[in-house]
Structures are given as structure tokens and as C-alpha cells.
Design a protein around this ligand. Structure first.
Ligand code: SAH
Length: 350
């Protein structure tokens, strides 16, 4: 595991083997490290709660380390049961998470960065700028804090909140290792999705790791002209390069790629866009998720109408590309990401 970005005092970001090594160097046996690890992953926020450790050891640990946590600062509950959290981090920064309930269990959409550098023109997160990466422990804390607050086990995770997960790659990989560990929350990698705007170098790297997670790629356009207008990342890696990396990913992992496509009235929702998109995706194990674009102050974008959405699905399906219109949950509570933080921190540029 690459430890380049690890704050040495952040104990919850450590893997079990790192903890065993470190506490071993303090003269502690392996089972002690395991006890500490289990407490941290059960969501304790203070060493004093680790009741099976001696008082002296608890004190020593609290002098050497801190326990990262995400404090619920605001919570909104939608009519459909979706819960939006605004979490406050120890340094006063804020991130958002959304807890959704499906027939297969509870799923949480979590953030990987405070803000984002990618500046997609339709996205609220980018509008408030980038502050910093989250540590693995802070990504994990969102799952723990929501689970504790809601009193339920969370079985599915989507890395689709604020931030670009592949722009915080090492910490995200570390989080994946923690959250799937047997002694931790023990989630199945198959129940985790990672959404990226298309950092091609990292997609290749991830493919070679052959993790069983689902890769979602935010495409949102059928060609470079539209994509470069709405997503600056397209100027770094264009669609040809991105789709080549996606094909490599699905060939290497055998996993279907989920392409996200936010439908914007008159920008990317015309018939020819669906036809061009279908021809682009030929040969890639793909599914297209259509999302009516969420209103974000200042963008001027309007969502496509229902008939447009259905027409787009049929045009794709006729061409052999499976597509669905994503059910929007929590639209009454501004559940789409970036909206709450922007309000709380007064970073609205508009
Ligand atoms: N940076 C990652 C993940 C965070 S954004 C990514 O780009 O995929 C999560 C998803 O919400 C992305 O698909 C993003 O393009 C989409 N999104 C952002 N703003 C939106 C809006 N106003 N309406 C619909 N989808 C939006």
C-alpha cells in the first residue's frame, strides 16, 4: 500500500497490517492491533470507548493518534425516505453524502474531496472550487456516521458525491481496502461503484488491479465538441482516448461499464446525439444511465422533457445499447451533490 499521502497520526486510515506493524513496534502483540482496528471500524470516536484496552494504553494511543470523524451538521429527509447529510470535518470543512433506500438494501453516495478541480459546467460542486482531498478515514467516516445516525447497515456504496475519486486515487484505494476488510465493515467490492469524469491514466491503472467494483464514467456527450464545452477534462483526454480506456477496463475485468449521461435540453439530447452515442459505444460492454440534468443555479441548463428521455432510450436500445432513465431520489431536499455545502459556506458564485 502506498503511504505517501498518509498523515501518520490518522489512525483510522491505517490498514490492519500497518496497524499491527506500528503497534508492534511499540511492543504490543498483534491481537491488540486487531482490537483497536475493530473498535475504529465499529465507529468509536474516542479512545476512551475502547473498553477492553488498559487505561494506560488508551492514553498512550490518544497522545500518538487522532480518530477522524464526520459530524452531522445538517440533515434533510425527503418524502421518499432519502436522507441528505452535510458533514463537518475536524478542520471545519464540509462534505455531503446521500443515503438512499432500495429494495436490495441501503446505498450511500459519498464524497472523496472537499470541492472538485474538474469544473464541469453543469455541476454545483465545481462552482465552489477545490479545498482538499479527503483522507481514507474521512471517506469511511461518512459511511459510519450515516449508518449510526440512521440505525441501519449500509450495504452499497457509490463514490459519486463531491469530488473526483480518481483525482484522490491513493486515498480512495486505501478506503476501498478498509471498507471491504473482513475485520471492518466487510462490504462486498461488487456493491461499490466508482464514478469518474474520465482520468484516463487512472482508469488503466484501476483496470490492471482487477477489482470487482463497478466503474461509472460520466460521459454526458456524444462527441468531443459538446464534451469539451461542458467538461474541461475532455481537453486533457478526449473521447477516443477515454473510450479506449473504458474498453480496456471492461475487457480486463469482464465488468460492464455504466456511462452517465445527464440530459440537457437542446445541448446533448437531440436524436442525432443518441445515434452518435450508440455508434461510439459499439464494442464496449456498456450500459447508459440517463439522468435529467439537475437545476444548478447559474448554469442556465434545463432538463430534457419526459418524451425526450424516452425517445433517447429507444434510439439507443434500437441500436443495441441498453439504457435506463435513472430514478431521481430526494429532489425535494436538494440531494444532488454540492448544493448544500455551497449554501452553508456561502460559496455560491452566482
Ligand atoms: N467526479 C465524479 C463523481 C462525482 S459527480 C464524476 O464526474 O463522475 C457525480 C455524478 O453527477 C457525475 O456523473 C456528474 O457528472 C453528475 N452531475 C453533476 N452535476 C449534475 C447535474 N447538475 N445534473 C445531473 N448530474 C450531474
Amino acid at each position: 500500500m502506498n503511504t505517501e499521502f498518509l498523515n501518520p497520526k490518522d489512525i483510522k486510515s491505517k490498514t490492519l497490517s500497518e496497524m499491527q506493524e506500528e503497534l508492534g513496534a511499540l511492543g504490543l502483540p498483534k491481537y491488540r492491533a486487531l482490537q483497536v482496528y475493530r473498535w475504529l471500524h465499529r465507529g468509536v470516536t474516542d479512545f476512551s470507548q475502547m473498553s477492553d484496552l488498559s487505561k494506560a494504553l488508551r492514553e498512550e494511543l490518544s497522545q500518538r493518534y487522532f480518530i477522524a470523524w464526520a459530524e452531522v451538521e445538517q440533515k434533510r429527509v425527503s418524502k421518499d425516505g432519502t436522507v441528505k447529510y452535510l458533514f463537518r470535518l475536524p478542520d471545519g470543512e464540509h462534505v455531503e453524502s446521500v443515503l438512499m433506500h432500495y429494495h436490495h438494501g441501503s446505498s450511500i453516495c459519498i464524497s472523496t474531496q472537499v470541492g472538485c478541480k474538474m469544473n464541469c459546467s453543469f455541476c454545483a460542486t465545481g462552482q465552489s472550487g477545490f479545498a482538499r482531498n479527503l483522507a481514507a478515514s474521512e471517506i469511511l467516516s461518512q459511511v459510519q456516521a450515516a449508518s449510526l445516525d440512521a440505525g441501519e447497515r449500509i450495504s452499497h456504496i457509490v463514490l459519486m458525491g463531491m469530488g473526483e475519486p480518481l483525482d484522490n486515487y491513493q486515498n480512495v484505494l486505501r478506503f476501498l481496502e478498509l471498507v471491504t476488510s473482513q475485520e471492518g465493515l466487510n462490504l462486498s467490492m461488487r456493491h461499490i461503484s466508482l464514478s469518474t469524469c474520465g482520468l484516463v491514466d487512472k482508469i488503466y491503472d484501476l483496470a490492471d488491479k482487477r477489482l470487482q467494483l463497478t466503474l461509472s464514467v460520466s460521459l454526458h456527450a456524444p462527441n468531443n465538441e459538446i464534451r469539451s464545452r461542458t467538461m474541461p477534462v475532455n481537453k486533457r483526454w478526449n473521447m477516443e482516448e477515454l473510450l479506449k480506456a473504458c474498453k480496456y477496463y471492461s475487457d480486463k475485468t469482464g465488468r460492464r461499464i455504466s456511462f452517465e449521461y445527464a440530459m440537457i435540453n437542446g445541448v446533448n439530447d437531440m436524436d442525432w446525439c443518441a445515434k452518435e452515442l450508440a455508434s461510439r459505444l459499439r464494442g464496449i460492454l456498456a450500459h447508459v444511465n440517463l439522468i435529467p440534468v439537475n437545476d444548478v443555479t447559474g448554469t442556465g441548463y434545463k432538463k430534457s422533457g419526459l418524451d425526450r428521455q424516452q425517445r433517447f432510450v429507444s434510439l439507443l436500445e434500437e441500436r443495441g445499447v441498453t439504457a435506463t432513465v435513472r430514478r431521481t431520489l430526494g429532489s425535494d431536499i436538494e440531494a444532488s451533490c454540492g448544493q448544500l455545502r455551497r449554501k452553508v459556506e456561502g460559496r455560491d458564485r452566482t
